[in-house]
Design a protein around this ligand. Sequence first.
Ligand SMILES: Nc1nc2c(ncn2[C@@H]2O[C@H](COP(=O)(O)OP(=O)(O)O)[C@@H](O)[C@H]2O)c(=O)[nH]1
Ligand SMILES: [Mg+2]
Length: 220
Amino acid sequence: MSIINYAEKEIQFKVVYYGPALCGKTTNLEYIYSQIVPDNKGDMVSLATAADRTLFFDFLPLNATVIKGFKTKFQLYTVPGQVIYNTTRQLVLRSVDGVVFVADSQWEKMEENVESFRNLEENLAKQKLSMESIPYIFQYNKRDLPNVTPLNLLEYTLNNRKVRVQSFEAVASTGQNVFATLNAISMLLLQKFTQENDPSQKRSRSTVLVSSAPAGKTAS
Ligand SMILES: Nc1nc2c(ncn2[C@@H]2O[C@H](COP(=O)(O)OP(=O)(O)O)[C@@H](O)[C@H]2O)c(=O)[nH]1
Ligand SMILES: [Mg+2]
């Protein structure tokens, strides 16, 4: 759940980038970090192995828009995708507000995507959370590669719950649609927060998180 600090007039949201190993989660955070002016970000913390694989998580704090006099802060985390690190993933998911599921578009990674999404559902269930209660979106990454799964098959396979959510085709290594993804999850969180805290206001008036974002390309 979002943390509200009334003394500091701050609301904190925790966003977790989830997905199989090597799908591009760290690359998303690194790109965001590289594009945001120093005043609006804290230090990016990466706990990686020597081989540059995420061991625990990457963490990037961002300061963003103001709603009703409250500053909003977004804390972005990644999880280690390797199957054996499930306990770590459960820890990182604690008190999560929103999820970006990063899928690896490469054809041969489809099974790993499905397995990772299932693992996300299981780990949320352990916290008595579900995909129905947590805002989430998909990012189909690595669209620059030649061997990608067609978009409609990704949608059919992953984005097939009762309510279809937003999805973005991305190339995290060049930044394509990285901010579109981040803005989309941020908007969902701000809207949910506003609705829950002020039922008379149906939509959040907050706009995009970072104005340098390229126009979002929604896949669905
Ligand atoms: N071709 C291509 N490579 C990517 C893309 N995004 C990430 N990568 C590469 O995929 C590898 C794994 O990325 P990383 O962010 O460490 O994956 P993580 O395990 O999910 O954190 C790295 O070599 C990245 O440079 C992309 O959109 N296209
Ligand atoms: Mg990583």
